[in-house]
Design a protein around this ligand. Structure first.
Ligand code: AMP
Length: 140
């Protein structure tokens, strides 16, 4: 997908309306059009990156550094007492818009949203092998 076809690039460019709550040189935050809870925001990098693992560390870091500030404002505006930070990376993980975005979803006691997945167990040999393959694959 080219950046010109990307809905979040078009929001960043001001070509499509969005309820913007924050913007700096690196990222923009706006209300999700189909919120899981009132105040659900998305934070997107201004540049087009299809997936989080393609992002340069400095841009990812600058974008993520805004989350405490945004989460605090979302909580205060909605009267929520917590929030989920969610990044669906890749279609298999539920990513529907192929421009990196971080969900900030305000939470209240009894809101019924849920969040629990089902933990699995891992035998020691598999865990050891995975640990070393992941560690060896880090490229800084
Ligand atoms: P994901 O499944 O992680 O890719 O989430 C995509 C999110 O983008 C969904 O929560 C959508 O409701 C949201 N979304 C899609 N189009 C827009 C739009 N034009 N403005 C605001 N949010 C949008």
């Amino acid at each position: 997908m080219s950046a010109g076809d990307c809905i979040f690039c078009r929001i960043v460019a001001g070509e499509i309306p969005a309820r913007k709550v924050f913007e700096d040189a690196v990222c923009m935050a706006f209300l999700d059009v189909a919120p899981l809870a009132p105040g659900h925001c998305l934070v997107v990098p201004k540049g087009h990156f299809g997936s989080f693992d393609q992002m340069p560390a400095d841009i990812a870091g600058a974008m993520l550094s805004r989350l405490p500030m945004l989460g605090k404002a979302v909580q205060s505006a909605t009267g929520s007492t917590g929030f989920n930070v969610l990044l669906n990376n890749g279609k298999v993980a539920g990513q529907e818009v192929m421009h990196v975005h971080v969900h900030v979803i305000p939470r209240k006691e009894g809101d019924g949203l849920g969040y629990r997945w089902h933990p699995q167990s891992l035998d020691d040999a598999t865990a050891d092998s995975l640990r070393s393959r992941i560690a060896d694959g880090l490229d800084g």
